[in-house]
Design a binder for this molecule. Structure first.
Ligand code: ZN
Length: 402
C-alpha cells in the first residue's frame, strides 16, 4: 500500500429534503466548504450500504462498510458493546445491552430510560458480581442510561427474548427461551431470577431514594436486549493486510473496532454526543496515520439529531463536522474517505435504506466535476452507485496506486 487511509463515518449523515430547510437536506443546507473541497479533489458517489431497501442497523452497516456481508458478520449488539467498553468476553459468555428503566409496582414501564439517567456508577456497582444458579452476572456502565450485562457460566445461550416491550404503560414481559435447548432455558431462567433480584436491589438503593426525593424517576429495573456470544470475525489485518486503529466516542463503534482487530485510541472529549470534540478526533487521527495504515473515525451525533427530527440541529452539527475537517484538505499521501453508515431522515426520525453519499479524496484523482458534498451532488460522481461491501476493495486499489 502506497497511501494510508483515514476513514470517517458520520453516522446517519444522509437525509431527505426538509421543508423547514427550504426543501434541502441538512447536508445540502449546511455550509461545508471543507467537505466540498475534499469532494472536488477526489471522487464521489452513492453507497447502498447493505442493499437497496434493507433497513440498516448501525452495526451491520458498519461491518458492511468494512467489507463484510450480513452473513459473514452475524453478531448481536450485546457482545459488540461489551467489547467497546473494554470488557473481555470468553467464547461461552453471553452479553446483553441493557437500559436502566423505571417500572411501577405492577411492573408496567413508566420510562424506558429512567429519565435518561446518567451517573449510574453506584447502581452498576451494586449489581456487579451477583451469582444466580451458578452463573455470574457482571455489570458495567454504558453511555448514559445504558448498562452492559455479561453472564458467565457453563452451557449458556444468547437465544432468549428481550424483556423490553419498547413501549410505556405496558408490562415488562419475562425473558423466554427462543429455542427448546437446555442452554436457552437455563439462560432465560437465570436471567429472570437475576432481574427480580436486581429490581429489589435497585428499588432499595439510596441512589434511587435520593432521586425520588428530588422528584426524579428511580432506575429500578433493567431492560435487556440484543443478547449473544462473541463471534470470530476475520480482522482488517487478515482480510486487507492493514494495521488499523479506531477513534470513537460511543461503545458500539469502539466494539466494532475491537471486533475487527483495530487498536482503540482514546480521545479526551470524544463523547459520541453533539458536544464531542471533533477537532481532537481528527487531529488524533492524522497523528495516528504515522503508525497505522488505516484509521477509522466514528462521528455519532448527526444520527441522534436525525432521530430527534431536529433538522436545524443536524445542519449545525454537519457544519461542526466540516470545520473539524479543515486539516484534511491539505493532507498529503493519504486517502480521505467520508461517508455514512445509513441515512437518518429527520422526517422519519429513524434510519432509512436510502443510499449514502461518499467522497474519496486523493491526490492525482481525475476531477469528477462534483463541487459539493451532498446526496444529490454525489449521485453525479464518477464512482457511481456501489454496495457497501465494494468500498474496501476499491479503497485498497486506490491506496496501492502510485
Ligand atoms: Zn448508525
Amino acid at each position: 500500500m502506497n497511501k494510508k487511509i483515514i476513514f470517517i463515518v458520520c453516522d446517519g449523515l444522509g437525509d431527505r429534503p426538509v421543508n423547514s430547510l427550504g426543501g434541502k437536506t441538512p447536508l445540502e443546507a449546511a455550509k461545508t466548504p471543507n467537505l466540498d473541497l475534499l469532494a472536488e479533489k477526489g471522487i464521489t458517489g452513492l453507497i447502498d450500504v447493505i442493499d437497496k431497501s434493507i433497513y440498516p442497523d448501525s452495526d451491520i452497516a458498519h461491518l458492511a462498510l468494512f467489507g463484510l456481508t450480513p452473513e459473514q458478520s452475524k453478531i448481536e449488539r450485546g457482545p459488540i458493546e461489551a467489547l467497546g467498553i473494554g470488557m473481555d468476553l470468553g467464547k461461552e459468555d453471553v452479553a446483553f445491552r441493557c437500559n436502566f428503566a423505571t417500572v411501577n409496582e405492577k411492573m408496567e414501564i413508566i420510562d424506558r430510560r429512567a429519565g435518561r439517567i446518567d451517573g449510574t456508577e453506584p447502581l452498576v456497582k451494586a449489581l456487579n458480581g451477583i451469582e444466580v444458579q451458578g452463573i455470574k452476572f457482571l455489570a458495567a456502565k454504558g453511555t448514559g442510561h445504558r448498562l452492559i450485562l455479561v453472564m458467565k457460566g457453563k452451557g449458556l445461550s444468547g437465544n432468549v427474548s428481550s424483556n423490553d416491550p419498547k413501549a410505556i404503560g405496558v408490562k415488562s414481559p419475562e425473558v423466554k427461551a427462543l429455542d427448546a435447548s437446555d442452554e436457552a432455558n437455563l439462560s432465560a431462567g437465570a436471567l429472570n431470577e437475576f432481574l427480580a433480584k436486581a429490581r429489589e436491589i435497585l428499588s432499595a438503593h439510596p441512589f434511587n431514594k435520593k432521586r425520588e426525593m428530588k422528584g426524579l424517576l428511580p432506575a429500578n429495573y433493567l431492560l435487556c436486549r440484543h443478547g449473544g456470544k462473541i463471534a470470530l470475525i476475520p480482522s482488517m489485518k487478515q482480510r486487507f493486510g492493514v494495521n488499523s486503529a479506531c477513534i470513537a466516542g460511543a461503545g458500539l463503534y469502539k466494539g466494532i473496532g475491537r471486533l475487527l482487530g483495530m487498536r482503540l485510541i482514546e480521545v479526551k472529549g470524544a463523547t459520541g454526543l453533539p458536544d464531542s470534540d471533533l477537532n481532537a478526533k481528527i487531529f488524533t487521527a492524522i497523528k495516528a496515520l504515522k503508525e497505522f495504515d488505516f484509521v477509522f473515525v466514528h462521528i455519532k451525533a448527526a444520527d441522534s439529531l436525525g432521530e430527534d427530527g431536529n433538522a436545524e440541529g443536524k445542519k449545525k452539527f454537519i457544519e461542526k463536522i466540516d470545520k473539524a475537517m479543515a486539516p484534511l484538505v491539505s493532507l498529503k499521501g493519504s486517502l480521505v474517505v467520508v461517508t455514512a453508515d445509513h441515512c437518518t431522515p429527520c422526517e422519519l426520525k429513524k434510519h432509512s435504506s436510502d443510499p449514502v453519499p461518499v467522497l474519496v479524496s486523493c491526490e492525482g484523482a481525475e476531477a469528477n466535476g462534483v463541487k459539493r458534498f451532498s446526496e444529490k451532488d454525489c449521485s453525479k460522481g464518477s464512482l457511481g452507485r456501489i454496495r457497501g461491501i465494494e468500498l474496501m476493495p476499491l479503497l485498497m486499489r486506490l491506496a496501492s496506486k502510485r
